[in-house]
Design a protein around this ligand. Structure first.
Ligand SMILES: Nc1ncnc2c1ncn2[C@@H]1O[C@H](COP(=O)(O)OP(=O)(O)OP(=O)(O)O)[C@@H](O)[C@H]1O
Ligand SMILES: [Mg+2]
Length: 345
């Protein structure tokens, strides 16, 4: 039972979230958690001043949340890395190693000398042509992205003990800990992007990042109803996709943008059921701050014809009796950071 002695840090485009757990990976307990707004535009910038501003916010969050360790695990955003499951003939590990670069060159749009490439064999199966196949998960992270994140952590006075991808972290917090989970699609709706991850038998079999999230929904409301951004965000949080509120005006403003996500989800489900006809997706789990959109569970359940539930990363974590209702309500926001806090090292 490895003891936990690091904390998880999720640096989003809108909010920076931190979670510290204690106890062990098998029996974790809550120590503290918190979030702070990300300085505007800062995490997408390469400028020194922006990196410093993000680092300062992390420092403040670390202090205000009373985190007691400087060891940190953070996540690289799915939208800026390249993840793909590739199908290969059944080869030995060595043969796969030598075929990987060739495979990676097919889909990584930047030179392989500028990325860090990792891979993992997911499963072996018999392909549609009756020949044995292996599915290999490839992850290519740009070196300059990795360096930027390491620089931010260093400037915040922290020691990076590991880096991983957001989807790996979400899968760990929302799916892997529940034994016998059916094939699951996680829809993680943040501020600027929405990540789709299909997990079968605890393994990631599919990922996709869509450049739409809460900020675009709020912009839709601002444009349609003539509001300032702040007011639009409030209306989004209060009325969301509920058609019975305000004569459905907010819903109508959000719907065309939200349906971009729904259509991508449909495409992902169709692609996946074509590849894995025997193991179709059985349920949808929601993560990310925008998953709190009122009416979203019903809307998605109807649009997709699947069971949809809110992810709760606090499930299975020993919580103190006095934990704030706010933290519980904001659960979906902490899905990535809880997963990072639970990473075995
Ligand atoms: N109750 C709510 N209803 C709808 N949206 C909400 C609610 N609370 C927060 N949000 C939205 O959630 C978003 C922030 O969520 P989150 O912290 O997951 O984003 P992020 O990680 O910073 O973004 P990204 O992952 O895209 O970089 C914001 O767009 C915010 O307006
Ligand atoms: Mg996020």
């Amino acid at each position: 039972m490895p003891a936990i002695n690091h904390f998880g840090l999720d640096i989003g485009t809108a909010t920076i979230k931190a979670v510290q757990l204690g106890g062990s990976i098998d029996s974790p307990t809550f120590i503290t958690a918190g979030q702070f707004p990300t300085p505007a535009q800062a995490i997408l910038s390469e400028a020194e001043a922006d990196i410093k501003a993000v680092a300062e916010t992390i420092k403040t969050l670390h202090k205000e949340a009373k985190i007691t360790t400087d060891k940190v695990v953070t996540a690289l955003p799915e939208s800026q890395i390249f993840t793909r499951v590739v199908e290969m003939p059944q080869l030995s590990k060595q043969e796969i190693q030598s075929a990987i670069d060739y495979e990676a060159e097919q889909y990584v749009p930047i030179p392989l000398t500028e990325v860090r490439l990792t891979w993992q064999i997911l499963s072996s199966r018999v392909g549609p042509d009756k020949k044995p196949k292996v599915d290999v998960l490839l992850v290519a992270a740009p070196n300059n992205l990795i360096n930027k994140y390491l620089n931010i952590l260093k400037a915040a006075g922290l020691t990076a003990v590991s880096l991983e991808t957001e989807t790996t972290a979400v899968v760990r917090s929302l799916v892997q800990r529940v034994e016998g989970s059916p094939t699951t699609l996680i829809i993680s709706i943040g501020a600027s992007s929405t990540d789709l991850t299909i997990v079968e038998n605890t393994q990631i079999n599919f990922t996709r990042s869509i450049a739409t999230g809460g900020s675009a929904l709020a912009r839709g409301i601002a444009n349609d109803l003539g509001f300032e951004t702040e007011q639009a965000v409030e209306y989004m949080k209060t009325y969301g996709l509920d058609p019975t509120q305000l004569e459905g005006k907010v819903m109508q403003a959000i719907k065309p943008i939200f349906d971009v996500i729904v259509n991508e989800v449909r495409r992902a489900l169709a692609y996946y059921s074509g590849k894995h006809p025997e193991k179709p997706v059985k349920r949808v789990v929601l993560a990310g701050g925008t998953a709190k959109l009122p009416g979203v569970v019903i809307y998605l359940a109807e649009a997709l014809g699947l069971e949809v539930q809110m992810g709760n990363p606090w499930d299975g974590i020993g919580l103190p009796p006095n934990i704030s209702k706010k933290l519980i309500d904001e659960g979906t926001s902490y899905s990535v950071s809880v997963g990072l806090a639970l990473k075995p090292l």
